[in-house]
Ligand binder design. Structure first.
Ligand code: F0G
Length: 371
């Protein structure tokens, strides 16, 4: 394991999540080789620090050619077992937690991490604690955490405060599975491997950014394919934030070195309603190294993209998941572009206005159908 801040190197330790010297983020360095076999996340066991483990059949998600423009592909992560990309990370994370001897896991979450951790903990026979920002979590996600039997704690404030709680208190008593845990992120890099197997190396990969772990993980995946000589090029990484929760994108556009952290993020895309992304250094490195960029989209653009993606491509995304689509609709990127749609529409039923037509008899139905 290596600290991305001070460069210190440590022997792999499932209980090491931050650099003991400087508190920086850690990255996993493990012996890897390319020998995909089987399906889903564990298909890439030889590329992961743990070769096999807990599974609900995560990964192997559809890569759909979009009808929204030429060369656009949608990587639909809503098709994972709990409806988001988090399942890839949890397959690894819960396996590592179990191997470390833990019987409890804890996460702060805007919802999807909680839903996923709850399901995978249930599968592994572990207790799961989720710390959620009250009133800021979509209904479907809360329901999932409850259904899978998680202990649900809610706090005043936003996700950033919930994460602080986990960092300060949670790690002492339970195994933390937020994206500062580099073991969990290893599972998420399999998004890159799947894209590579189907498409080769695209020109751009567009990713919604909240706590900034996923874009870093996907980039690590492509980097490893490149290091092994499997792909000759690398994609440009595009990080998308919602306008009211865009600490990294705003700083990037102003040419600043550090994010403009926010105390009061706001956006309809509650999954990425985050003011102080913990993985910002990794994400900025990914975007810089790949010659990509960060951009922001408004709530209006997100909701419009969500509708368009559903109506034209038949893909249902939650608002945060559609942020990547909102970005590419206004960016006009050329070449092959993969937009990662990170979460399923069913996660957030309240984000969609529903219009229905009431009829009183069959004649009214016939009349309608005849039109
Ligand atoms: N899209 C969705 C649907 C998410 O749930 C998240 C993060 C992101 C994008 C952003 O990913 O944090 O790696 O940059 N959700 C976290 C959660 C924060 O608690 O479920 P990121």
């Amino acid at each position: 394991m290596r600290c991305i801040n001070c460069g210190a190197v440590y022997t792999p330790n499932f209980r090491l999540y931050r650099c003991p010297k400087c508190g920086g983020l850690l990255e996993i360095i493990s012996p890897i080789y390319w020998a995909p076999s089987g399906r889903g996340v564990w298909r890439y066991g030889t590329m992961l620090p743990v070769r096999q483990g807990v599974t609900l059949g995560e990964g192997g998600t559809p890569l759909v050619e979009s009808q929204l423009g030429r060369g656009i592909y949608i990587k639909f992560e809503g098709a994972n077992p709990t409806g988001s990309f988090k399942d890839r990370g949890m397959a690894l994370g819960i396996t590592v937690a179990k191997n470390s001897g833990a019987d409890k896991v804890v996460v702060a979450s805007t919802g999807n991490t909680a839903a996923s951790a709850a399901a995978y903990a249930a599968r592994a026979g572990m207790t799961c604690y989720v710390v959620l920002p009250r009133g800021n979590v979509a209904r479907g996600k809360l329901m999932q955490a409850a259904l899978h039997g998680a202990e649900i704690v809610t706090i005043d404030g936003f996700f950033d405060r919930a994460l602080e709680y986990v960092l300060t208190y949670g790690t002492k008593y339970a195994y933390p599975l937020n994206s500062f845990n580099p073991w969990r992120l290893e599972g998420q890099k399999t998004i890159a491997f799947e894209i590579f197997e189907e498409l080769g190396c695209p020109d751009y990969v567009v990713v919604p950014v909240g706590n900034a772990g996923n874009i870093s993980a996907i980039w690590k995946g492509f980097r490893e394919l490149h290091q092994l000589g499997l792909c000759r090029r690398l994609p440009k990484m595009v990080g998308v934030q919602a306008e009211g929760a865009a600490p990294i994108a705003k700083a990037w556009q102003l040419g600043l070195e550090e994010p403009l952290f926010l105390d009061n993020p706001h956006t309809v895309a509650t999954a990425i309603k985050i003011g102080k992304p913990i993985n910002w250094r990794k994400a900025v490195a990914a975007v810089q190294q790949s010659d990509g960029f960060f951009t922001q989209v408004t709530d209006g653009e997100i909701l419009k993209a969500q509708r368009l993606l559903a109506a034209r491509d038949g893909i249902g995304a939650e608002p945060a998941g559609a942020a990547s689509i909102a970005a590419l609709l206004k960016l006009n990127l050329s070449g092959t572009v993969v937009a990662v749609v990170t979460g399923h529409a069913l996660k957030d039923p309240d984000a969609v206005e529903i219009s229905t037509r009431e009829i009183r008899n069959s004649e009214e139905l016939v009349h309608m159908l005849e039109k």
